[in-house]
Design a binder for this molecule. Structure first.
Ligand code: ASC
Length: 153
């Protein structure tokens, strides 16, 4: 293969890769389901730890809260690629069919949560418990709104 052929092949590969639907990032639908459940589970763990502080169940530890919020901010964009086409029932899932039949609304909920995550991080970085409580409440509402609409009970 000469350089020009190689460059063309490389460009074609890059274009194809970029154009691939999110589901194609996973070897199989089960992987996409595991991926979204794992990232949501990890966020849930750290969100719960912040919640325990926000609700006075454990003493406020500003450094711990910041570390928790960093994890959430880093992971907040991840789960959504795991909800691609064909990932509605390849493994046990609480995701309701509406995730796929009402994509616009689902993506809107996902966006709202992703907008909350950096605000939660900023509040945690402030070291101010009242700010953290407010940001936690707002973020929790975005979790709940999506769960109420798109997660099976
Ligand atoms: C959590 C958690 C959620 C949300 C949600 C908010 O701590 O794991 O899924 O808060 O319960 O209503």
């Amino acid at each position: 293969m000469n350089f020009k052929t190689f460059a063309l092949a490389l460009a074609a590969t890059a274009a194809t890769t970029l154009a691939l639907p999110a589901a194609a990032q996973f070897a199989k639908p089960e992987d996409a389901i595991k991926y979204r459940q794992s990232s949501l589970f990890v966020m849930g763990q750290h969100f719960g730890r912040i919640g325990a502080m926000a609700n006075g169940k454990v003493p406020f530890d500003a450094k711990a809260a910041q570390a928790d919020a960093e994890v959430i901010a880093a992971l907040s964009s991840l789960p959504w690629t795991g909800f691609g086409p064909g990932t509605d029932k390849a493994a046990p899932t609480k995701a309701r069919p509406e995730v796929w039949t009402d994509q616009a609304k689902f993506q809107d909920h996902a966006q709202k949560f992703q907008a909350e995550a950096p605000k939660l991080l900023a509040a945690a970085q402030s070291g101010n418990l009242d700010q953290l409580k407010a940001a936690f409440g707002s973020a929790a509402n975005s979790c709940k709104a999506c769960h109420d609409n798109f997660r099976a009970r």
